[in-house]
Design a protein around this ligand. Structure first.
Ligand code: ADP
Ligand code: MG
Length: 662
């Protein structure tokens, strides 16, 4: 049923509701409150310092209105509250003046300053039910709270039956309340207990519904026929025994999972999730080797040119002796070079091509492509991933690599359609990066340390959050200013350069190349260096205004140093007494840090992961509801795998939509 069928919602209001995505009666009841107020009228002397309270007042004087500027006014008048005469001040309520006649009884909402005897009100109410819970909704310009509350009430009481998306067996299993009751109670609760039960029901429902789809996608991918291979395990083992190190348990496990995927007839869709330096590359290399040994070619897609080049060198080192013919394909190449490579790929002369997204250019015609590896896939969302997989008639196995350690529940939401191999432990050979928090006053310590490292022939990353000072009025250390300061400090003997997001890709690449060649000693940047480039000679990082970064982002940044056997350092500069940053001093473990970041900041922009519209939950919060999420996912998988969805029209339709049913 559409909202225009509700009596009492005119065309004007319909347009406003449409603006917040409400078209149907169901949309309306699914517009949940973001918080609740408990209305309880108090006595003035019961108010705690700074507490917002409701008090009953009698107007004693006619309000005086002061207009300060457009859309900004305040009003003062006096009232008697609990037998005391109190001055009341309220902003932007001039329109209420005529209602505030002398002797009128009103309810004031606000804070009382006892010393000054001023009650600063945030709202004035004329009739109010005491001891009542009030739902609060996000509003937009033109959408009045009173209207919204009324519209939701109309929707709740209309003839529409709201479908319960939770299958009965789970309703029974968890004692979930009836859907209609849940909707009524989420909007019009009488007790906190009612809110709690309604929330559990609706959150479970939302997450069951979501994970059902994700699980169906995953199973569908699993059912998709891929390449069935016979893998020469002896040759793989021989290769592994030649490695200069022993694989960690997690690496071994990931390799086994990949080899199994490659050998069975279903198509691989696997994500290897491991912190920076956890050794994902070798895992991918074994996959490439197995693919090659069974007669297929591979493509490796990196997010930037420099990274593609670095991977090219690394993979050449490992795979040359195994007989693979490896090519690099980047935008920088001349047309002639590119054409040669296109030809070679088409003819099947190339066993492995490494490149940027230039690889998905139409000119590239793969020959016998069996495996695609995509590095740093957090740049893609679920939808793009699926588009990528549908490209072309060949259906190669796909392996994603991500250096974004995230909690399992979050991974389930972002990457639930993929199989997951987690590399949690790092090779223990590495020295941990020593992290130190300093205030700007102590910057000298930092500069001494910098000089020391540079004298040892090492290089330094300096990170600052902004490009120009005037981007924000307060005193942030912009990269431009920092360069001047550092050049002054080191009397121009040390080469200092800047790199930032507003530069052209070519400029950035050229500066990174110079840094890699050690022509630049100190590189000042905004966060563009976040993506995984390897500068083994960089042993120090200084991050200014560290409090402005999330922990996960700091960890990603810090991962740029400590990529060799030297001791590395990370200085976090912050003038704030920041408990949050202490986590960075304590730990180098990305999974631990992301867990902390998650707790503190919620599901927002963890690691700057763009959610690209993929997960927007109406009521669930991945952070606080992760237990329900995991359970709902388990349940929906069971529901799907054991064909319990049969005769449930809603879920059958979903499956038809994603082409799940044959
Ligand atoms: P990332 O997971 O960030 O891609 P890499 O694959 O680049 O990490 O590995 C980081 C470094 O650790 C590389 O120099 C690699 O040779 C080394 N490495 C990988 N696995 C091990 C291991 N099991 N023991 C010791 N060193 C390893
Ligand atoms: Mg397979």
């Amino acid at each position: 049923m559409n909202i225009e069928q509700l009596k009492g919602i005119g065309p004007k209001n319909q347009i406003i509701l449409n603006k917040i995505g409400i078209y149907t009666v169901a949309d309306l009841v699914n517009y949940y409150p973001y918080k609740y107020l408990f209305i309880c009228i108090k006595k003035l002397n019961e108010a705690l310092v700074d507490e917002t309270i409701y008090v009953k007042a009698k107007v004693l004087t006619i309000p005086k209105v002061y207009y300060i500027r457009k859309n900004f006014n305040y009003m003062v008048f006096s009232c008697s509250i609990d037998e005391e005469i109190v001055n009341v001040k309220i902003y932007n309520r001039a329109f209420m003046k005529n209602n505030l006649v002398m002797g009128k009884i009103i309810i004031l909402v606000g804070k009382y300053d006892k010393l000054k005897n001023i009650f600063t009100a945030s709202d004035i109410r004329f009739n109010i039910t005491n001891n009542k819970i009030e739902a609060k909704y996000h509003l937009i310009a033109g959408l009045k709270e009173n209207f919204l509350v009324k519209a939701i009430d109309l929707a709740l009481n209309c003839s529409e039956k709201f479908i319960d998306y939770v299958p009965n067996e789970y309703n029974e299993k968890y004692n979930l309340i009836n859907k209609e009751v849940a909707l009524k109670n989420i909007h019009q609760p009488k007790t906190y207990e009612e809110i709690k039960k309604a929330k559990i029901k609706l959150i479970y429902e939302e997450l069951f519904n979501y994970t059902f789809k994700i699980n169906a996608l995953k199973l569908k991918n699993k059912k998709a026929l891929g390449i069935k291979r016979n893998i020469d395990e002896d040759k793989i083992n021989a290769f592994l025994s030649e490695l200069p190190f022993k694989l960690t348990i997690d690496q071994q496990k990931a390799i086994q999972e990949i080899l199994k995927d490659l050998s069975d007839s279903s198509r691989m869709n696997r994500l290897v999730l491991g912190d920076v330096g956890s050794g994902k590359t070798i895992v991918a290399i074994v996959g490439i080797l197995a693919n090659y040994l069974s007669g297929y070619s591979s493509a490796f897609m990196a997010p930037t040119e420099i990274l593609a080049k670095q991977h090219y060198e690394t993979l050449n080192n490992y795979l040359e002796n195994a007989g693979l013919n490896i090519a690099l394909l980047t935008g920088h190449m001349t047309l002639k070079e590119k054409n040669n490579i296109y030809k070679a790929i088409k003819n099947g002369d190339i066993d492995l091509v490494i490149g940027t997204h230039a690889l998905i250019n139409d000119n590239v015609q793969f020959n016998n492509l069996g495996l695609v590896i995509i590095d740093e896939q957090h740049l893609f969302g679920v939808k793009q991933r699926n588009a990528l997989q549908e490209k072309g008639d060949i259906k190669p196995d796909v392996l994603y690599l991500s250096a974004t350690p995230i909690p399992r529940s979050y991974a389930l939401c972002l990457y639930g359609d993929l199989d997951l191999s987690m590399i949690k432990t790092k090779p223990n050979k590495r020295k941990e990066v020593i992290t130190i928090i300093k205030s700007e006053k102590e910057i000298k310590d930092c500069l001494y340390k910098m000089l020391e490292e540079i004298k040892l022939g090492h290089q330094v990353f300096v990170v600052s959050p902004l490009i120009n000072e005037d981007e924000e009025k307060n005193e942030l250390n912009s990269v431009v200013k920092l360069k001047e300061k550092l050049q002054l400090a080191f009397s121009k003997q040390v080469s200092v350069e800047i790199i930032h997001g507003k530069m052209k890709q070519k400029e950035k690449d050229s500066i990174m190349q110079k840094f890699l060649n050690k022509e630049i000693k100190i590189l000042i940047s905004t966060t563009v260096i976040e993506v995984g480039i390897d500068i083994p000679n960089a042993t120090m990082m200084i991050i200014f205004n560290a409090e402005r970064f999330g922990l996960a982002a700091l960890h990603q940044l810090r991962g740029r140093v400590g990529r060799n056997d030297f001791q590395s350092y990370c200085y976090l500069i912050s003038n704030y007494d920041n408990k949050r940053l202490k986590v960075m001093e304590e730990s180098n473990d990305g999974f631990y840090i992301s867990e902390k970041d998650f707790e503190q900041r919620g599901q927002g922009d963890l690691f700057g992961v763009k959610q690209s519209g993929d997960i927007i939950f109406k009521i669930a919060n991945i952070n606080t509801d992760s237990k329900i999420l995991l359970q709902a996912s388990k349940d929906s998988l069971d529901y799907l795998e054991n064909h319990k969805y049969k005769n449930n029209k809603y879920y059958e339709e979903i499956l038809e939509e994603i082409n799940f049913l044959d």
